[in-house]
Design a protein around this ligand. Structure first.
Ligand SMILES: [Zn+2]
Length: 110
């Protein structure tokens, strides 16, 4: 559904095609349609940070690293930000796809 299929070139990253190449559904039903995708993005980001925290806690528990939320806050912040930046293009497109999957309906015969 995106004009640019490769994630890390950033050119037209959020550019959505006019319509679905398979069913012809309108990907841009109204101006500002993808504004709501920001809320999806927010939810995904929260989920990501929670995952980072759980992962760090697990590595600490396994004895791979030394990590405590209050004793090593910088480890948590740096890991969280690095992963957020790395995954940004993916999360950006994912939130738009999710939004479209919920609110764009396939074009029927009408
Ligand atoms: Zn379709």
């Amino acid at each position: 559904m995106f004009e640019n299929e490769s994630l890390y070139t950033f050119y037209k990253l959020g550019q959505v095609k006019k319509e679905c190449s398979i069913c012809g559904a309108d990907f841009n039903p109204e101006p500002g349609f993808y504004f709501g995708a920001a809320y999806v993005s927010w939810g995904l980001t929260v989920a990501l940070w929670v995952s980072v925290l759980v992962a760090l806690k697990t590595f600490d528990w396994w004895g791979w690293i030394e990590f405590g939320f209050l004793t090593h806050p910088l480890t948590f912040l740096l890991t969280g930000f690095s992963i957020s930046i790395l995954l940004f293009p993916y999360m950006f497109q994912l939130s738009r796809s999710m939004w479209a999957s919920w609110f764009v309906s396939a074009r029927t015969g009408e």
